[in-house]
Design a protein around this ligand. Structure first.
Ligand code: ADP
Ligand code: MG
Length: 689
């Protein structure tokens, strides 16, 4: 229903609400309080001593007096009940408030009482003048406080307005239940209608908790139901290219071209992939592994399986540097295997680009490595069979879907270096199967990490010098925050100049986003070849870059980086046989959470452990970067704190779909009605509609 059907909503107020995304009475009903004032604790004045929490008292006004001078005027109202007296004090607005209170009046007050010597006083209490007993019970309730929208102020929308409008809606309507009765019973959830009432006008703290739990469950259950549906549909109907057995090229690669033995985790991941692609169904697999775990080798194996069976493969990375690096390592690893590999990135010459596109469409190109450029409409494949997405958190679900739409159900492998707990991952990426590569390749020496203040800068440089003399290479990283880009670039440039002076006999280069692609490329190549000794860089270096000989990383302004980012950065060293060192150089002023981040880095190299701390510090929304990753955003549930509920919702969703996939049972008729539009939206989001 329209908002203007409610009494007390002027067109102006309705417009302000609409601007905040509230355009119907239903929207308003699901505009939840930000917090509550619990005025239900009514206490006799004589018991106020030493309480210190918010309470309600009721008494008779004994005196109303203005005290102090001019700007320092305050209003003091003495109130007494049968047990004792106390003072209510206002330091602001004395002049107006004075007129409100009269001696002999019955007053309810809500606030925090403080004791000064023998006197009890309450500063700036909320008050209500009581004309009858029922007024006190009205006052001594749990009161909902709503978030104040940006546009509320100008339209003069106060909390009391929202309370009254919502009360009107609650009086006039009843919410239809959408969850099956059996679930409500099993999880002891209040009905939808009861729950919405307990959100806005809870009778107790417990009632509110139960109401909130219900909406969380509902939200998670719908999400899981949708995911399970998508998953089952995929596995039932989606045939994928059947990539039979390992053929000559794959065998040669694994038996002759690999310079090392695969770790157990890599073997397991490859065997998972093999099972998927031989099944005749489409693979949708996430490979999770810490930085340096060796995910690339696994990706290469998957790509070869496609090529060996006459299909094309695509490897997509979030940055040009990374794409180019993958391109080079593929060319090197697949030497002698007769695989045609091409690079496709933005900013290539038109003729070159056209050439690549023709080769892809004509089928002469076996594997394309590239950035977002591969996803564009103009790119057509002859016979795409395998899509690999590196650092998948940089890509949205939609982009994944677009890639998949370039062919008839190609297999998809996504790789992530953001380790999140398995159970959480399973519930969130419900449309993906997961392989985890545990541990790092043998022979790696754990990176040693230390925090060093500016005072010890010279010590750090001496250490750098000795490492350089022993043939090592060094990264020096500066933050680059978009808002202060100019300052940050200056910082990095100054750092570069300082290094050039301090280390005259070594080659120092500077890398940042503004440097032309060709030059960037040349610098990176020279660094990888050992021709550049110190690479001063902003975070463009972050993702995936692999130079095993680099053994020191200095991170300037280290406290300004997020924990996952620090871990990613540090993952650029410790990739070879050298002992590696990460030196975190914070500024003087480090915030509390900044200190936690640095200490965590010093303490552990384990990505999963770091992820857990990061998750706690930042909350799941920021941590997972929900917006860019296309992961679900929940309105009520917190995927961290509500993990148990998430799992239970999944179990329920699975059970229901197993028994009644079309929700035809009459117990599910409401569920079906609510679920269908929800599911359509989800399918669209995942590129399936
Ligand atoms: P990430 O998982 O971070 O993408 P990479 O695939 O870039 O890691 O691998 C990191 C480094 O480890 C590379 O130099 C790679 O050649 C090497 N590597 C991968 N697997 C092994 C292995 N099983 N044994 C030794 N080195 C390996
Ligand atoms: Mg990688």
């Amino acid at each position: 229903m329209k908002l203007t059907t409610l009494t007390g909503i002027s067109p102006k107020k309705a417009e302000a609400l609409t601007k905040e995304g509230i355009s119907t009475t239903q929207d308003l009903l699901f505009f939840f309080p930000r917090r509550y004032l619990d005025r239900s604790n009514v206490v006799p004045i004589s018991q106020l001593r030493g309480i210190g929490e918010e309470v309600t008292v009721a008494g008779t006004v004994q005196s109303v007096e203005e005290q102090g001078f001019k700007a320092k005027k305050r209003l003091e109202v003495v109130v007494k009940d049968e047990t004792a007296g106390m003072k209510a004090v206002w330091f602001k607005g004395a002049y107006y408030l004075k007129k409100r209170f009269k001696v002999g009046q019955k007053l309810a007050l809500f606030g925090t009482a403080k004791q000064y010597g023998r006197h009890i006083s309450m500063a700036h209490p909320e008050t209500d003048i009581l004309s009858s007993e029922s007024d006190l019970s009205e006052f001594s309730k749990i009161v909902a406080i709503y978030p104040s929208g940006k546009h509320f102020h100008e339209a003069r929308i106060h909390n009391a307005h929202i309370q009254s409008w919502i009360q009107q809606i609650l009086d006039q309507s009843q919410l239809t239940e959408c969850l099956p009765q059996s679930i409500l019973e099993r999880f002891e959830l209040p009905s939808r209608d009861q729950a919405i009432r307990d959100i806005h006008t809870p009778s107790s703290h417990l009632a509110h908790q139960r109401a909130l739990r219900r909406f969380k469950f509902e939200e998670l259950f719908f999400f899981q139901l949708s995911m399970e549906h998508i998953h089952q549909q995929r596995s039932d109907s989606n045939r994928g290219p059947k990539l039979v057995e390992t053929k000559p090229r794959t065998n040669t690669y694994f038996n002759q071209n690999l310079p090392f033995e695969l770790t157990d985790g890599q073997k397991q991941a490859l065997s998972d992939i093999k099972n998927d692609v031989q099944s005749g169904k489409q693979m949708n697999r996430l490979i999770q592994g810490d930085v340096g775990a060796g995910k690339t080798v696994v990706a290469m194996g998957a790509l070869l399986m496609a090529v060996d069976n006459g299909y094309q493969g695509a490897l997509v990375a979030p940055t040009e540097i990374l794409a180019e690096q993958h391109f080079q390592s593929l060319q090197e690893s697949f030497k002698g295997l007769d695989v045609n590999i091409r690079l496709l990135v933005g900013g290539q010459k038109t003729t070159l680009r056209r050439d690549v596109l023709t080769a892809l469409e004509g089928g002469q190109c076996d594997i394309v490595v590239g950035t977002h450029a591969v996803i564009q409409n103009s790119v057509h494949f002859h016979r795409l069979g395998m899509v690999v997405i590196d650092e998948q958190h940089r890509f949205g679900v939609q982009q994944r879907a677009e890639l998949l739409n370039k062919a008839d159900h190609p297999h998809m492998l996504v790789m992530s270096a953001t380790p999140i707990p398995r159970s959480l991952a399973m519930s969130l990426y419900a449309d993906l199967d997961i392989s985890i590569i545990k541990g790092l390749p043998k022979g790696r020496k754990p990176i040693r990490t230390a925090i060093r203040s500016d005072k010890r800068r010279e010590d750090v440089y001496s250490f750098v010098e000795s490492e350089l003399s022993n043939g090592g290479q060094v990264y020096i990283i500066y933050p680059l925050i978009e808002e202060s880009e100019v300052m940050d670039l200056k910082d990095a440039t100054a750092g570069f100049e300082k290094m050039t002076q301090r280390f005259p006999s070594f080659r120092v280069e500077l890398l940042h986003g503004r440097i032309p692609a060709e030059e960037k490329d040349r610098i990176m190549k020279d660094f990888a070849a050992g021709l550049v000794h110190i690479l001063v860089s902003t975070t463009v270096i972050e993702v995936g870059v692999n130079v095993p000989n680099a053994s020191i990383m200095i991170i300037e302004h280290a406290e300004r980086f997020g924990l996952s980012q620090l871990h990613q950065l540090r993952g650029r060293i410790g990739r070879g046989s050298r002992q590696s060192y990460c030196i975190l150089m914070p500024d003087h002023a480090v915030s509390e959470s900044g200190a936690v981040r640095l200490k965590t880095m010093e303490k552990t190299n384990d990505g999963f452990e770091i992820a857990e701390v990061d998750l706690k510090l930042r909350g799941p929304g920021d941590f997972l970067g929900t917006k860019q990753s296309g992961l679900p955003e929940f309105k009520y549930a917190d995927i961290l704190q509500d993990q148990d509920l998430l799992k239970e919702a999944k179990r329920e969703a699975r059970a229901i779909l197993a028994e009644d996939p079309q929700l035809t049972h009459h117990e599910y008729s409401n569920l079906k009605r609510f679920f269908e539009p929800y599911h359509e939206r989800k399918k669209k989001f995942y590129g399936l509609a």
